[in-house]
Design a protein around this ligand. Sequence first.
Ligand SMILES: Nc1ncnc2c1ncn2[C@@H]1O[C@H](COP(=O)(O)OP(=O)(O)OP(=O)(O)O)[C@@H](O)[C@H]1O
Ligand SMILES: [Mg+2]
Length: 243
Amino acid sequence: MITLLLELRRVTVSVAGRVVLKEINMEIGRREVHVLLGPNGAGKSTLLKAIMGLPDYDVVEGEMYFEDVNLLNLKPYERAKLGIALSHQNPPKLSIRTSYFFTKLIEKYGGNFKEFIDYCRKLNIEHLIDRELFRGFSGGEIKRVELLTVLSQRPKLALLDEPDSGVDIDSIVLVGSLINDLVDRGASILLVTHTGTILKYLRKIDVVHVLIGGKLIYSGDPGILPKLFALGYERFLNYISTC
Ligand SMILES: Nc1ncnc2c1ncn2[C@@H]1O[C@H](COP(=O)(O)OP(=O)(O)OP(=O)(O)O)[C@@H](O)[C@H]1O
Ligand SMILES: [Mg+2]
């Protein structure tokens, strides 16, 4: 019986010839919700992209397993087939009609069009489905549609890169409920957030990770969050190093 979903062992990632992540260790179990925080440029998006296997994000050292399968030689679509899905911080605009794109996702991953339409209503994005994907969408519309692309892939592991940034306070409730739906369907979550506003809408958080300067300086109890938000990253780093 495989208990761990994702396991990273001393993973070092280089981007454009520069080491961005250093010796990252991380273990994500089934149906666990992990939150990743860190200052701008710390390497949060890089970590998600490296797990997804995007080109340019080279794992130069370490090991990466998903359900005991070595991810390192797998292409992004092969990782997607295993059950990993990434919602991008800034998804590319595509010259394809949104409803057609979702039809293809439904064909590939199962599900049905009625469920898609129900979610569009719930997320107030029905008016977007006849438009080209992400083209001219507002920041909040992009986040809601992007999150729905992840849900439609029925992932075992959802990598969510700032699903709450640029989202208004009403829509953030919707984003939170969609993340809870992902967990209810059996997914584990690795969620990057800056403000932490989204966190109060999540039904549970299992582990918090803090990434500074490409190193994970904290992985553990979410009870640390008030301390982190009170101190800020620089003083939190000092606090942790003296603990
Ligand atoms: N494709 C790329 N080419 C060159 N440098 C990159 C690339 N992707 C990331 N980097 C660099 O790697 C570092 C980490 O970037 P990353 O996007 O992972 O940070 P982040 O923690 O997600 O920051 P933010 O909170 O601003 O989103 C930055 O210095 C960034 O410029
Ligand atoms: Mg980022």
